[in-house]
Design a protein around this ligand. Structure first.
Ligand SMILES: Cc1ncc(COP(=O)(O)O)c(C=O)c1O
Length: 389
């Protein structure tokens, strides 16, 4: 029997040639060096199991007392996180979600009718396409360009704003480029949003991971907010706890519009009431303990970045995050760099195209994996790319 499913779910879910090649290599018993690992729970970090799990058994969670925005005490803890970033966030402006991804879903529903557009920087994180499809939102990319560091192409961005555009997404710092939005860029983004009546959505999941020792990144939650602004973050990256499924949206902006946005968001959240009681009860403690895991992750990603920089392979400048982009030699007619690395060295990296990087020879490596594998992988990449062909 044939059935007509929604067009929005008509994705091409066939395995890519690259994914098939990885699967076949593994099936043939080949040992691969995987430089794409981004799951912090399997990278050898020491989690305080008792501190993380004990609060989940608190008997208070036996009572069902839902608040659409999330438990007040949990929202207070999130406001405390922003106070540590020199931002004064009112807990009433926070809506808890089960992930940043769910936060995007809520915002797309809040801001967009079917067919409306949201602008997203490119290169960027590939999940956006699916999140937008599910809400019948059209994503349009605006260019980020590399010139001794990453920059927003503001002329390119403005050219893409049309009558259906509702919001601009900024990932600060961006994944995978590691570009942190500077104060001047923030001012220009806000000025553009004011002029075109757009909202600003700022994803700050990697805010606590500057790659330079001693550096600190600035959150959009601080300062003044001339436009409707939503800051998204969550425990996946902040505390290395993706399995706990906690994220949030913070709403800011001119008072009248901010209040209306929060009232509408509350109705969206009330429709799902997706947060469970045990994790909300545990959230304050997890946030308080975040630095123990952040310090381990920072040591790992900074150490692996140093290895990459010393490897002889060209690494694009990145300010923050858990990944690095390599610029590898690529001649025309040659197989793409990621395929060559897999075939010739058993090293798995993400092709740049996975993140919407158009230029040939760019691959993305995760800096999160163990040091021994990372060093071995970079040595192999340097070897394969050095061999004259
Ligand atoms: C930029 C960015 N935003 C959001 C997410 C997803 O976070 P969550 O687990 O909270 O949905 C990721 C995951 O890698 C990400 O890279």
């Amino acid at each position: 029997m044939s059935y007509r499913f929604s067009q929005r779910t008509g994705w091409d879910v066939r395995e890519s040639g690259f994914a098939a090649a990885i699967r076949e290599a593994r099936a043939a018993g080949r040992r691969l060096i995987d430089l794409t690992v981004s799951n912090s729970t399997v990278c050898g970090f020491e989690y305080d199991a008792d501190a993380i799990l004990r609060p989940l058994a608190d008997a208070k969670a036996l009572v069902y007392d839902p608040d659409p925005r999330g438990m007040r005490s949990a929202r207070g803890a999130v406001a405390g996180y922003y106070a540590d970033h020199e931002a004064n966030v009112d807990p009433a402006s926070i809506v808890l979600t089960t992930s940043t991804s769910e936060g995007y879903g809520y915002l797309f529903r809040l801001l967009c009718d079917a067919g409306d557009e949201v602008l997203v920087g490119q290169p960027s994180y590939p999940l956006f396409d699916f999140l937008a499809d599910l809400e019948d939102v059209r994503l349009k990319s605006y260019p980020l360009f590399y010139d001794h560091g990453w920059w927003i192409d503001f002329a390119g961005l403005e050219k893409r704003i049309g009558s259906r555009t509702k919001a601009i997404v900024v990932v600060n710092p961006n994944n995978p480029t590691g570009h942190a939005t500077g104060a001047g860029e923030r001012e220009r983004l806000e000025e553009i949003c004011v002029r075109h009546g757009l909202a600003l959505i700022v994803d700050e999941v990697f805010l606590d991971y500057p790659l330079e020792e001693g550096a600190r990144l600035t959150s959009f939650s601080g300062g003044s907010h001339p436009v409707l602004t939503f800051v998204l973050s969550g425990m996946s990256k902040i505390a290395g706890l993706p399995q706990m499924k906690v994220g949030w949206v913070v709403g800011m902006g001119p008072e009248v519009v901010r209040r209306e946005a929060m009232e509408r968001l509350e109705v969206i959240a009330d429709t799902f009431l997706s947060m469970n009681a045990p994790v909300q009860g545990a959230l304050a403690g997890w946030l308080a303990g975040r630095r123990a895991i952040q310090e381990q992750i920072l040591r790992r990603v900074r150490g692996n970045l140093r290895v990459a920089l010393e490897s002889g392979v060209e690494v694009l400048k990145a300010e923050a995050g858990w990944s690095a982009i390599l610029r590898l030699p690529q001649r025309s007619g040659e197989k793409d760099a990621a395929t060559r690395l897999l075939e010739e060295a058993g090293v798995v990296v993400h092709p740049g195209s996975f993140y919407g990087i158009g230029e040939a020879g760019r691959v993305v490596v995760s800096l999160l994996g163990g040091e021994v594998d990372f060093r071995a992988g970079m040595t192999e990449i340097e070897r394969v790319m050095r061999v004259p062909r």
